[in-house]
Design a protein around this ligand. Sequence first.
Ligand SMILES: [Ca+2]
Ligand SMILES: [Ca+2]
Length: 274
Amino acid sequence: MNKFFIAILMVLTINTGHANEKISGLKMPESVAEGSDGSIYISEIGERDKDKDGKITKIDKNGNRSTLADGLYDPKGIVFYKEKLYVTDRDVVLEVNTDGSWGVYTGTMAFPKTPVFLNDIDVSSNGDLYVTDTGDFESSGLVFLIKKSGDVSVIFEGNKNIKAPNGILPIADSKLLIVDWAGDLLEGDLITNEIKRIAEGFDGGDGLAYDNGVIYISSWKNGVVYAYQNGKTTIIDDKFEAAADIALSRDGKTLIVPDMKAGTVTLIPINPKN
Ligand SMILES: [Ca+2]
Ligand SMILES: [Ca+2]
């Protein structure tokens, strides 16, 4: 347990008597990412469809909270890569520096199909970004690949298997996990371009995390975080109002869960096998 978690734990032990690690007072937190120094970055939408009130909040490893970047629209997915953050914000992808300066990394016009509702973002080891567009939340979703070169392509689009993709996670050079708002856990093959359903029942699916063969899935609608392994789904925690885009800490020991409606980020200790 590092200093950050100890600091949070102490505060909450005093307040509640429980070892329940929770950061509160956030405005519609959607997504989280851990930096290389152990800081946690949280995207806060603020008011939906309202410009300039979105921001990125930083919680450093000692538990100190600060606003890293503000003036955003409705920031959603966030990922850390090589000392920068990449953030989806409606119909653009932003690049946010660790000093808080930010700008547009991929503009609306760079997309081959006009983005409607850019949602989750993740990165492969070579710096390629994968971005979901949940579209109309029914059937018009898209998955974009933003190459390091800046080229943007559609790699998956709405069909019988993929409807309204939300959470996305590359798990190997050739495979992508996707959780669909419609409730399906999907696996996309980046070589054959095929997509298959590997599990279902995650209605309002939002975020994904992966470690050692275990896939963690959040349901925004159900307020639940699930674990899926070898065909079996278990519930990690079902006490959320709207569990949004989760992440796993770099040491694999903590699941970080933003709750958009409650305005909190909860740190759930999980027990890796080793
Ligand atoms: Ca906003
Ligand atoms: Ca999301």
